[in-house]
Write a protein that binds this ligand. Sequence first.
Ligand code: SF4
Length: 450
Amino acid sequence: MKLLLLYPPFCTPTAMPYSLAALKSNLNAALDLDIQCLDLNAYFHTLQFPTYYQNIQSAYQQGITAYGELLQQFENESRELYNKNHKQIIASQPPDHLQNLVHHIKEKKPNFIAISLVYNSQCFYTQALINALSTLNIPIIVGGPAVTTNLKKSAIYLKNEQELITYLQTQHIHAKPPATIALPPDFSDFHTQHYLSAKPIYPLKTTTTCFYKLCTFCTHYAKVPYAEYPIDTIIQTIQNHNIKYIYFIDDMISTKRLLHLASALKPLNVKWWVQLRPTKDLIPALSELHAAGLHTVCWGVESANQRILDLMKKGTHIQDIPSVLSTSHTTGIKNMVYIMFGFPTETKEEVMSSFDFLTEQKDNIDLICSSIFGLQQGSTIYDNPAQYQISNINEKKRTVLDPKITYNISSGLTTEQTKKIRHRHMHRLNAINKVPKVFDYLKEQMLLFE
Ligand code: SF4
Protein backbone atom coordinates (compact mmCIF):
# COMPACT_ATOMS: atom_id res chain seq x y z
CA MET A 1 0.00 0.00 0.00
CA LYS A 2 1.29 3.42 -0.89
CA LEU A 3 0.80 6.80 0.78
CA LEU A 4 1.66 9.91 -1.21
CA LEU A 5 2.48 13.01 0.86
CA LEU A 6 1.81 16.19 -1.14
CA TYR A 7 3.00 19.77 -0.66
CA PRO A 8 0.67 21.91 -2.80
CA PRO A 9 1.26 25.22 -4.66
CA PHE A 10 1.60 28.16 -3.88
CA CYS A 11 4.46 29.25 -1.69
CA THR A 12 8.04 30.28 -2.37
CA PRO A 13 9.96 27.36 -3.91
CA THR A 14 13.38 28.18 -2.43
CA ALA A 15 13.66 25.44 0.22
CA MET A 16 12.35 21.91 0.69
CA PRO A 17 9.26 21.41 2.86
CA TYR A 18 10.29 20.28 6.32
CA SER A 19 6.74 19.19 7.19
CA LEU A 20 6.77 16.41 4.57
CA ALA A 21 10.31 15.26 5.32
CA ALA A 22 9.55 14.89 9.05
CA LEU A 23 6.17 13.27 8.45
CA LYS A 24 7.61 10.69 6.06
CA SER A 25 10.27 9.69 8.52
CA ASN A 26 7.88 9.38 11.49
CA LEU A 27 5.24 7.45 9.49
CA ASN A 28 7.91 5.13 8.13
CA ALA A 29 8.96 4.34 11.67
CA ALA A 30 5.39 3.66 12.80
CA LEU A 31 3.75 1.85 9.87
CA ASP A 32 4.41 -0.88 7.37
CA LEU A 33 3.67 1.32 4.35
CA ASP A 34 5.36 2.63 1.20
CA ILE A 35 5.57 6.43 1.64
CA GLN A 36 6.64 8.99 -0.93
CA CYS A 37 6.83 12.81 -0.76
CA LEU A 38 5.90 14.95 -3.74
CA ASP A 39 6.62 18.67 -3.62
CA LEU A 40 4.04 19.86 -6.17
CA ASN A 41 4.78 23.46 -5.29
CA ALA A 42 8.40 23.20 -6.42
CA TYR A 43 7.40 21.10 -9.44
CA PHE A 44 4.81 23.72 -10.48
CA HIS A 45 7.45 26.45 -10.39
CA THR A 46 9.89 24.45 -12.53
CA LEU A 47 7.14 24.13 -15.16
CA GLN A 48 6.02 27.73 -14.99
CA PHE A 49 9.29 29.59 -14.52
CA PRO A 50 12.10 27.60 -16.23
CA THR A 51 14.08 30.73 -17.16
CA TYR A 52 14.57 31.72 -13.54
CA TYR A 53 15.93 28.26 -12.76
CA GLN A 54 18.28 28.49 -15.76
CA ASN A 55 19.59 31.91 -14.72
CA ILE A 56 19.94 31.51 -10.97
CA GLN A 57 23.56 30.28 -10.97
CA SER A 58 24.83 33.02 -13.25
CA ALA A 59 23.01 35.68 -11.19
CA TYR A 60 24.66 34.22 -8.07
CA GLN A 61 28.09 34.41 -9.72
CA GLN A 62 27.46 38.08 -10.51
CA GLY A 63 26.86 38.86 -6.83
CA ILE A 64 24.16 39.81 -4.36
CA THR A 65 22.67 42.69 -6.37
CA ALA A 66 22.10 40.62 -9.52
CA TYR A 67 20.85 37.69 -7.42
CA GLY A 68 18.43 39.96 -5.54
CA GLU A 69 17.17 41.49 -8.78
CA LEU A 70 16.48 38.05 -10.28
CA LEU A 71 14.60 36.91 -7.18
CA GLN A 72 12.67 40.18 -6.96
CA GLN A 73 11.58 39.82 -10.57
CA PHE A 74 10.55 36.24 -9.82
CA GLU A 75 8.66 37.37 -6.73
CA ASN A 76 6.75 40.04 -8.69
CA GLU A 77 5.89 37.68 -11.55
CA SER A 78 4.94 34.75 -9.33
CA ARG A 79 2.70 36.86 -7.06
CA GLU A 80 0.76 38.06 -10.04
CA LEU A 81 0.40 34.47 -11.25
CA TYR A 82 -0.75 33.23 -7.81
CA ASN A 83 -3.44 35.95 -7.71
CA LYS A 84 -4.62 35.04 -11.19
CA ASN A 85 -4.82 31.35 -10.25
CA HIS A 86 -6.64 32.08 -6.98
CA LYS A 87 -9.29 33.97 -8.95
CA GLN A 88 -9.60 31.06 -11.41
CA ILE A 89 -10.09 28.60 -8.54
CA ILE A 90 -12.70 30.83 -6.86
CA ALA A 91 -14.52 30.92 -10.23
CA SER A 92 -14.34 27.06 -10.39
CA GLN A 93 -11.91 27.16 -13.31
CA PRO A 94 -8.83 24.91 -13.31
CA PRO A 95 -5.59 26.60 -12.21
CA ASP A 96 -2.46 26.48 -14.39
CA HIS A 97 -0.81 23.06 -14.81
CA LEU A 98 -3.58 21.27 -12.87
CA GLN A 99 -3.78 18.36 -15.32
CA ASN A 100 -0.01 18.03 -15.37
CA LEU A 101 0.16 17.87 -11.57
CA VAL A 102 -2.75 15.43 -11.37
CA HIS A 103 -1.06 13.21 -13.99
CA HIS A 104 2.14 13.32 -11.93
CA ILE A 105 0.17 12.16 -8.87
CA LYS A 106 -1.64 9.39 -10.75
CA GLU A 107 1.66 8.03 -12.10
CA LYS A 108 2.69 7.27 -8.53
CA LYS A 109 -0.39 5.02 -8.11
CA PRO A 110 -1.13 5.96 -4.49
CA ASN A 111 -3.67 4.19 -2.26
CA PHE A 112 -3.85 7.22 0.06
CA ILE A 113 -3.04 10.88 -0.44
CA ALA A 114 -2.19 13.23 2.43
CA ILE A 115 -1.79 16.95 1.74
CA SER A 116 0.22 19.11 4.14
CA LEU A 117 -0.77 22.79 4.28
CA VAL A 118 1.59 25.20 5.97
CA TYR A 119 0.54 28.50 4.36
CA ASN A 120 -2.91 29.99 3.69
CA SER A 121 -1.86 30.54 0.09
CA GLN A 122 -1.80 26.74 -0.39
CA CYS A 123 -5.54 26.38 0.33
CA PHE A 124 -6.66 27.48 -3.14
CA TYR A 125 -4.71 24.98 -5.22
CA THR A 126 -5.45 22.27 -2.65
CA GLN A 127 -9.16 22.78 -3.23
CA ALA A 128 -8.64 22.37 -6.99
CA LEU A 129 -6.50 19.25 -6.45
CA ILE A 130 -9.06 17.63 -4.15
CA ASN A 131 -11.79 18.23 -6.74
CA ALA A 132 -9.66 16.84 -9.58
CA LEU A 133 -8.48 13.80 -7.59
CA SER A 134 -11.96 12.80 -6.42
CA THR A 135 -12.29 10.48 -9.45
CA LEU A 136 -9.47 8.32 -8.06
CA ASN A 137 -11.82 7.16 -5.29
CA ILE A 138 -9.05 6.93 -2.74
CA PRO A 139 -8.93 8.63 0.68
CA ILE A 140 -7.62 12.20 0.53
CA ILE A 141 -6.43 13.52 3.87
CA VAL A 142 -5.58 17.12 4.75
CA GLY A 143 -3.58 18.38 7.72
CA GLY A 144 -1.29 21.15 8.90
CA PRO A 145 -1.64 24.63 10.40
CA ALA A 146 -3.26 26.23 7.32
CA VAL A 147 -6.19 23.86 6.76
CA THR A 148 -9.40 25.89 6.44
CA THR A 149 -12.96 25.02 7.46
CA ASN A 150 -13.86 24.53 3.77
CA LEU A 151 -11.02 22.06 3.19
CA LYS A 152 -12.00 20.14 6.32
CA LYS A 153 -15.37 19.59 4.66
CA SER A 154 -13.86 18.53 1.29
CA ALA A 155 -11.41 15.90 2.57
CA ILE A 156 -10.57 13.83 5.64
CA TYR A 157 -9.14 16.26 8.17
CA LEU A 158 -6.69 14.81 10.67
CA LYS A 159 -5.27 17.10 13.34
CA ASN A 160 -1.82 15.63 13.71
CA GLU A 161 0.56 12.82 12.90
CA GLN A 162 -0.84 10.56 15.62
CA GLU A 163 -4.35 10.88 14.19
CA LEU A 164 -2.95 10.02 10.74
CA ILE A 165 -1.22 6.92 12.10
CA THR A 166 -4.40 5.83 13.89
CA TYR A 167 -6.48 6.45 10.76
CA LEU A 168 -4.13 4.41 8.56
CA GLN A 169 -4.28 1.56 11.04
CA THR A 170 -8.05 1.52 10.66
CA GLN A 171 -7.38 1.08 6.92
CA HIS A 172 -5.52 -2.19 7.60
CA ILE A 173 -2.01 -0.72 7.56
CA HIS A 174 0.04 -2.63 10.12
CA ALA A 175 1.93 -0.89 12.87
CA LYS A 176 5.66 -1.51 13.37
CA PRO A 177 7.20 -2.01 16.80
CA PRO A 178 7.74 1.44 18.41
CA ALA A 179 11.05 3.08 17.37
CA THR A 180 13.53 3.41 20.21
CA ILE A 181 15.40 6.38 18.73
CA ALA A 182 14.17 9.65 17.18
CA LEU A 183 14.41 9.51 13.41
CA PRO A 184 15.89 12.25 11.24
CA PRO A 185 13.62 13.97 8.68
CA ASP A 186 13.94 12.31 5.29
CA PHE A 187 14.56 14.76 2.42
CA SER A 188 15.56 12.04 -0.06
CA ASP A 189 12.42 12.35 -2.26
CA PHE A 190 13.10 16.00 -3.09
CA HIS A 191 15.17 17.13 -6.08
CA THR A 192 17.57 19.94 -5.22
CA GLN A 193 17.28 21.32 -8.79
CA HIS A 194 13.55 21.98 -8.18
CA TYR A 195 14.41 24.73 -5.68
CA LEU A 196 15.04 28.28 -6.79
CA SER A 197 18.19 28.79 -4.76
CA ALA A 198 21.81 28.94 -5.93
CA LYS A 199 22.72 26.35 -3.28
CA PRO A 200 20.50 23.90 -1.39
CA ILE A 201 19.30 25.30 1.94
CA TYR A 202 17.61 22.82 4.29
CA PRO A 203 14.94 23.75 6.84
CA LEU A 204 15.48 21.91 10.13
CA LYS A 205 13.65 22.02 13.44
CA THR A 206 15.24 21.36 16.81
CA THR A 207 12.18 21.53 19.09
CA THR A 208 8.48 20.72 18.96
CA THR A 209 7.33 24.32 19.60
CA CYS A 210 8.28 27.72 21.01
CA PHE A 211 9.27 27.33 24.69
CA TYR A 212 8.14 30.89 25.49
CA LYS A 213 4.56 30.89 24.07
CA LEU A 214 3.56 34.15 25.77
CA CYS A 215 3.50 36.83 23.06
CA THR A 216 -0.07 38.06 23.06
CA PHE A 217 -0.38 38.51 19.27
CA CYS A 218 1.14 35.18 18.35
CA THR A 219 -0.46 32.06 16.93
CA HIS A 220 2.67 30.69 15.21
CA TYR A 221 3.68 28.15 17.74
CA ALA A 222 2.21 24.65 17.87
CA LYS A 223 0.02 24.07 20.92
CA VAL A 224 1.93 20.98 22.00
CA PRO A 225 4.28 20.42 24.92
CA TYR A 226 7.78 21.82 24.42
CA ALA A 227 10.36 19.11 23.75
CA GLU A 228 13.87 19.20 22.29
CA TYR A 229 14.83 16.80 19.51
CA PRO A 230 18.02 14.86 20.22
CA ILE A 231 21.09 16.70 18.95
CA ASP A 232 22.42 13.41 17.52
CA THR A 233 19.36 13.21 15.25
CA ILE A 234 19.96 16.75 13.98
CA ILE A 235 23.61 15.93 13.27
CA GLN A 236 22.61 12.70 11.53
CA THR A 237 20.21 14.63 9.27
CA ILE A 238 22.99 17.04 8.32
CA GLN A 239 25.34 14.18 7.53
CA ASN A 240 22.72 12.09 5.67
CA HIS A 241 22.10 14.90 3.20
CA ASN A 242 25.54 16.54 3.25
CA ILE A 243 23.87 19.79 4.34
CA LYS A 244 25.92 23.00 4.24
CA TYR A 245 23.25 25.66 4.83
CA ILE A 246 20.61 25.30 7.56
CA TYR A 247 17.50 27.39 8.07
CA PHE A 248 16.35 26.53 11.62
CA ILE A 249 12.57 27.05 11.45
CA ASP A 250 12.07 26.89 15.23
CA ASP A 251 10.00 29.86 16.42
CA MET A 252 12.83 30.45 18.84
CA ILE A 253 15.58 28.57 20.64
CA SER A 254 16.77 29.08 24.23
CA THR A 255 20.33 30.30 24.89
CA LYS A 256 21.26 27.08 26.69
CA ARG A 257 20.00 24.96 23.80
CA LEU A 258 21.72 27.21 21.23
CA LEU A 259 25.06 26.66 22.96
CA HIS A 260 24.54 22.88 22.95
CA LEU A 261 23.64 22.99 19.28
CA ALA A 262 26.64 25.20 18.50
CA SER A 263 29.14 22.79 20.02
CA ALA A 264 27.68 19.95 17.92
CA LEU A 265 27.51 22.02 14.72
CA LYS A 266 30.99 23.58 14.93
CA PRO A 267 32.96 20.59 13.57
CA LEU A 268 30.53 20.23 10.64
CA ASN A 269 31.45 23.55 9.05
CA VAL A 270 27.83 24.54 8.31
CA LYS A 271 26.18 27.96 8.15
CA TRP A 272 22.89 28.45 10.01
CA TRP A 273 20.01 30.89 10.47
CA VAL A 274 17.78 31.26 13.55
CA GLN A 275 14.99 33.43 15.03
CA LEU A 276 15.52 34.82 18.54
CA ARG A 277 14.18 37.37 20.96
CA PRO A 278 16.77 40.10 21.67
CA THR A 279 17.44 39.35 25.34
CA LYS A 280 20.70 40.30 27.07
CA ASP A 281 21.54 36.74 28.20
CA LEU A 282 22.51 36.09 24.57
CA ILE A 283 25.21 38.77 24.46
CA PRO A 284 28.03 36.69 25.99
CA ALA A 285 27.08 33.68 23.82
CA LEU A 286 27.12 35.40 20.43
CA SER A 287 30.80 35.05 19.57
CA GLU A 288 30.74 31.32 20.38
CA LEU A 289 27.62 30.89 18.26
CA HIS A 290 29.18 32.76 15.34
CA ALA A 291 32.32 30.63 15.57
CA ALA A 292 30.08 27.56 15.24
CA GLY A 293 28.57 28.84 11.99
CA LEU A 294 25.68 31.09 13.13
CA HIS A 295 25.35 33.33 10.07
CA THR A 296 22.06 35.23 10.51
CA VAL A 297 19.65 35.96 13.33
CA CYS A 298 16.15 37.25 12.70
CA TRP A 299 15.49 39.22 15.91
CA GLY A 300 11.94 39.67 17.22
CA VAL A 301 12.39 43.35 18.12
CA GLU A 302 8.74 44.18 17.24
CA SER A 303 8.61 47.65 18.83
CA ALA A 304 10.89 50.29 20.35
CA ASN A 305 8.37 51.17 23.07
CA GLN A 306 8.48 49.40 26.39
CA ARG A 307 4.74 49.99 26.90
CA ILE A 308 3.99 48.09 23.69
CA LEU A 309 6.57 45.38 24.39
CA ASP A 310 4.92 44.83 27.77
CA LEU A 311 1.45 44.69 26.20
CA MET A 312 2.85 42.15 23.73
CA LYS A 313 4.35 40.24 26.70
CA LYS A 314 7.46 40.00 24.58
CA GLY A 315 9.66 39.56 27.64
CA THR A 316 12.29 41.94 26.23
CA HIS A 317 13.68 45.26 27.46
CA ILE A 318 14.19 48.06 25.00
CA GLN A 319 17.36 49.25 26.79
CA ASP A 320 18.99 45.84 26.10
CA ILE A 321 18.22 45.66 22.39
CA PRO A 322 20.95 48.06 21.08
CA SER A 323 23.68 46.05 22.85
CA VAL A 324 22.29 42.76 21.54
CA LEU A 325 22.21 44.10 17.97
CA SER A 326 25.62 45.78 18.14
CA THR A 327 27.35 42.76 19.72
CA SER A 328 25.81 40.49 17.13
CA HIS A 329 26.89 42.83 14.31
CA THR A 330 30.47 43.29 15.54
CA THR A 331 30.76 39.54 16.05
CA GLY A 332 30.04 39.10 12.32
CA ILE A 333 26.45 37.85 12.50
CA LYS A 334 23.91 39.30 10.04
CA ASN A 335 20.97 40.96 11.79
CA MET A 336 17.47 40.79 10.37
CA VAL A 337 14.88 42.62 12.47
CA TYR A 338 11.16 41.88 12.80
CA ILE A 339 9.19 45.03 13.57
CA MET A 340 5.42 45.24 13.97
CA PHE A 341 3.48 48.47 13.57
CA GLY A 342 -0.07 49.19 14.76
CA PHE A 343 -0.25 46.96 17.84
CA PRO A 344 -3.61 47.70 19.57
CA THR A 345 -3.48 51.07 21.39
CA GLU A 346 -0.18 52.06 19.68
CA THR A 347 -0.09 55.80 18.96
CA LYS A 348 1.45 57.63 16.01
CA GLU A 349 4.22 58.92 18.31
CA GLU A 350 5.05 55.35 19.34
CA VAL A 351 5.15 54.16 15.73
CA MET A 352 7.46 57.05 14.86
CA SER A 353 9.73 56.26 17.79
CA SER A 354 10.15 52.72 16.36
CA PHE A 355 11.21 54.31 13.05
CA ASP A 356 13.68 56.54 14.96
CA PHE A 357 15.04 53.58 16.89
CA LEU A 358 15.66 51.62 13.70
CA THR A 359 17.42 54.61 12.14
CA GLU A 360 19.63 54.95 15.23
CA GLN A 361 20.47 51.25 14.93
CA LYS A 362 21.04 51.35 11.18
CA ASP A 363 24.72 50.33 11.32
CA ASN A 364 23.78 47.15 13.18
CA ILE A 365 20.89 46.10 10.93
CA ASP A 366 21.16 44.22 7.61
CA LEU A 367 17.46 43.89 6.79
CA ILE A 368 14.16 45.03 8.30
CA CYS A 369 11.12 42.73 8.03
CA SER A 370 8.16 44.94 8.90
CA SER A 371 4.56 43.88 9.41
CA ILE A 372 1.25 45.43 10.41
CA PHE A 373 -0.60 43.96 13.40
CA GLY A 374 -3.37 41.56 12.44
CA LEU A 375 -5.82 40.04 14.89
CA GLN A 376 -5.49 36.25 14.79
CA GLN A 377 -8.03 33.79 16.09
CA GLY A 378 -6.44 31.81 18.92
CA SER A 379 -4.16 34.62 20.12
CA THR A 380 -4.34 36.01 23.67
CA ILE A 381 -5.60 39.33 22.28
CA TYR A 382 -8.42 37.62 20.38
CA ASP A 383 -9.50 35.86 23.56
CA ASN A 384 -9.27 39.02 25.74
CA PRO A 385 -10.14 41.90 23.36
CA ALA A 386 -11.33 44.40 25.99
CA GLN A 387 -7.87 44.46 27.61
CA TYR A 388 -6.52 45.78 24.30
CA GLN A 389 -9.32 48.28 23.64
CA ILE A 390 -10.77 46.00 20.95
CA SER A 391 -14.50 45.52 20.44
CA ASN A 392 -17.01 44.34 17.81
CA ILE A 393 -14.95 41.46 16.45
CA ASN A 394 -16.64 40.25 13.29
CA GLU A 395 -15.99 37.62 10.69
CA LYS A 396 -16.46 38.24 6.97
CA LYS A 397 -17.00 35.02 5.02
CA ARG A 398 -14.59 34.17 2.16
CA THR A 399 -14.88 31.55 -0.59
CA VAL A 400 -11.75 29.50 0.08
CA LEU A 401 -9.95 31.02 3.05
CA ASP A 402 -11.30 31.17 6.59
CA PRO A 403 -13.33 34.32 7.40
CA LYS A 404 -11.57 37.68 7.50
CA ILE A 405 -11.56 39.20 10.99
CA THR A 406 -12.59 42.82 11.44
CA TYR A 407 -12.80 44.78 14.71
CA ASN A 408 -13.06 48.25 16.21
CA ILE A 409 -10.40 49.85 18.35
CA SER A 410 -11.12 52.61 20.86
CA SER A 411 -7.56 53.79 21.43
CA GLY A 412 -4.50 54.14 19.19
CA LEU A 413 -4.12 53.86 15.43
CA THR A 414 -6.41 51.87 13.17
CA THR A 415 -4.93 49.39 10.70
CA GLU A 416 -5.57 51.80 7.82
CA GLN A 417 -3.86 54.69 9.61
CA THR A 418 -0.88 52.46 10.43
CA LYS A 419 -0.58 51.30 6.83
CA LYS A 420 -0.52 54.90 5.63
CA ILE A 421 2.19 55.88 8.12
CA ARG A 422 4.32 52.88 7.19
CA HIS A 423 3.90 53.59 3.49
CA ARG A 424 4.85 57.24 3.98
CA HIS A 425 8.02 56.36 5.89
CA MET A 426 8.98 53.14 4.12
CA HIS A 427 11.92 54.96 2.47
CA ARG A 428 13.53 55.22 5.91
CA LEU A 429 13.41 51.45 6.34
CA ASN A 430 14.62 50.84 2.78
CA ALA A 431 17.61 53.12 3.41
CA ILE A 432 18.69 50.91 6.32
CA ASN A 433 18.62 47.61 4.40
CA LYS A 434 22.06 46.35 3.30
CA VAL A 435 20.78 43.34 1.38
CA PRO A 436 18.03 43.02 -1.28
CA LYS A 437 14.58 43.65 0.17
CA VAL A 438 13.28 40.46 -1.47
CA PHE A 439 15.19 38.50 1.21
CA ASP A 440 12.37 39.55 3.54
CA TYR A 441 10.21 36.99 1.65
CA LEU A 442 13.04 34.52 1.06
CA LYS A 443 14.74 34.89 4.41
CA GLU A 444 16.91 31.78 4.13
CA GLN A 445 18.70 33.26 1.08
CA MET A 446 20.69 35.50 3.46
CA LEU A 447 22.77 32.41 4.19
CA LEU A 448 24.36 32.46 0.73
CA PHE A 449 26.09 35.84 1.14
CA GLU A 450 28.82 37.18 3.45
S1 SF4 B 1 6.31 35.51 18.79
FE1 SF4 B 1 7.93 33.98 18.79
S2 SF4 B 1 8.70 34.01 20.90
FE2 SF4 B 1 6.70 34.95 20.95
S3 SF4 B 1 5.30 33.29 21.45
FE3 SF4 B 1 5.35 33.52 19.23
S4 SF4 B 1 6.83 32.04 18.55
FE4 SF4 B 1 7.18 32.35 20.74
